[in-house]
Ligand binder design. Structure first.
Ligand SMILES: [Zn+2]
Length: 407
């Protein structure tokens, strides 16, 4: 077998990526600490950080005392180096958010979607107008934006150009990248499934930090998951892995939006929960104009209404059983429940969900798992989408706008 040739260029890129990532996640750090934490020699750290300073990617951030010696200079990623935009194409609206490189949110724009099967062209228009809106309201110049990350429902086929398959909202092979280019977007674009971007946000900054094996579950109108195996998102052969919401929880059960029957989503997605409640009340609707306010009304009603309490109890049952399946399949250290509906029901139902999961999972893998709520709130899909261009920057150790120049 021919050994894999590592070129000088590969090595340089690897070292830049290693040091930049370390500073992004754990900075500020001194060169001495960088060398100790990465195993790179003092000379390499000194050379590469010198380059990164010259490229303005990192800056000095004060001094730290060292034992006996001269004080050491601290380094960090320069939050002003550039900006990133994260977009959440959710089932209730399009959220566009602009961040600096320290992931401080500088501006946000929200466009509601009022139909369960939105037209891709209209969604693309909303994205384009949202991008212009956040640039305008923050006063950030477009030339400082490193890239735009877009989180969408369904499967993202990472082809040229990117294509989205989102059966539940009626998108079959939608060329979203082309639509955005036609709408005038010239910045680098990155796409991923919304649950996977939420997963990345929670792994980087939230409840997943420090775990190597985790599942981040997103419960909104629909249900998805990001499976993190050995530190990276498990994608499968065409990137659709993690469609936990469409695993069967009841054979021949309720009709799901995907067209199948008995999917987990049809029971624990907000739409499924509200529909189950409506049916117990002879079709009478809950107060509220949208799913979010109706689900809040249901959770509030459970204090006095036996019917509402029973529907929530059953929801905890389906959710706990679904989580037990995740535990048995993936042996994660941590399961993180997120999404707006996950947070709305999770606070109240978590103890019961844990009980059911324990009853259905194998004892050993259950014993090494914790089940927690996400920490970044219901907006984490947009934050996660914004991490996609940042991940490209950290992986390459260079600006994603200069892909060719960096090679
Ligand atoms: Zn389904």
């Amino acid at each position: 077998m021919a050994p894999k040739r590592t070129t000088v260029r590969d090595l340089r890129r690897h070292n830049r990526s290693t040091l930049l990532s370390k500073l992004f996640f754990d900075g500020p750090l001194s060169r001495h600490e960088l060398s100790r934490l990465t195993g790179l020699s003092a000379a390499t750290v000194s050379n590469v950080t010198g380059e990164l300073v010259e490229d303005r990617l990192i800056i000095e951030a004060g001094l730290v005392e060292s034992d006996g010696g001269r004080p050491r200079v601290l380094l960090r990623v320069d939050p002003q180096y550039g900006h990133v935009i994260g977009i959440d194409v959710g089932e209730t609206g399009v959220k566009v958010e602009l961040f600096d490189l320290a992931m401080n949110r500088l501006a946000a724009a929200d466009h509601p979607i009022r139909t369960p099967k939105p037209d891709p062209g209209e969604v693309a228009e909303q994205i384009v107008s949202g991008v212009n809106q956040v640039l305008r309201s923050s006063g950030v110049e477009e030339r400082t934006v490193l890239g735009i990350g877009v989180g969408v429902p369904g499967t993202v086929e990472q082809s040229e150009p990117v294509v989205v398959h989102a059966q539940t909202i009626g998108w079959e092979g939608v060329a979203l990248e082309q639509l955005l280019r036609a709408g005038g977007i010239t910045l680098p674009l990155f796409f991923d499934n919304g649950a996977k971007t939420l997963g990345q946000a929670e792994m980087w900054f939230g409840a997943g930090r420090g775990a190597r094996h985790a599942v981040i579950a997103l419960i909104g109108s629909g249900v998805g998951a990001a499976v993190i195996a050995d530190g990276t998102t498990y994608r499968g052969s065409t990137s659709s892995a993690g469609e936990w919401g469409h695993t069967t929880i009841v054979y021949d059960g309720r009709t799901c939006r995907c067209g199948s029957h008995g999917c987990l989503e049809a029971y624990i997605g907000a739409e499924g929960i509200l529909d189950r409640y409506r049916r117990t009340r002879g079709g009478r609707d809950l107060p509220g104009t949208d799913e979010q306010s109706q689900l809040d009304a249901l959770v509030a009603a459970a204090v006095r209404s036996k019917t509402a309490a029973k529907v929530l109890e059953e929801t905890a049952g389906y959710l706990g059983a679904g989580i037990a399946n995740l535990i048995n399949l993936f042996n994660p250290e941590r399961i993180v429940l997120g999404g707006w509906a996950g947070l709305a029901i999770g606070g109240r139902l978590l103890p019961m969900v844990r009980q059911v999961a324990q009853a259905h999972a194998l004892r050993h893998p259950y014993g090494v798992t914790s089940i927690e709520l996400c920490q970044l709130g219901p907006d984490a899909v947009a934050v996660g989408a914004a991490t996609l261009p940042v991940a490209a920057l950290l992986d390459e150790g260079a600006d994603p706008r200069e892909n060719t120049a960096a090679a």
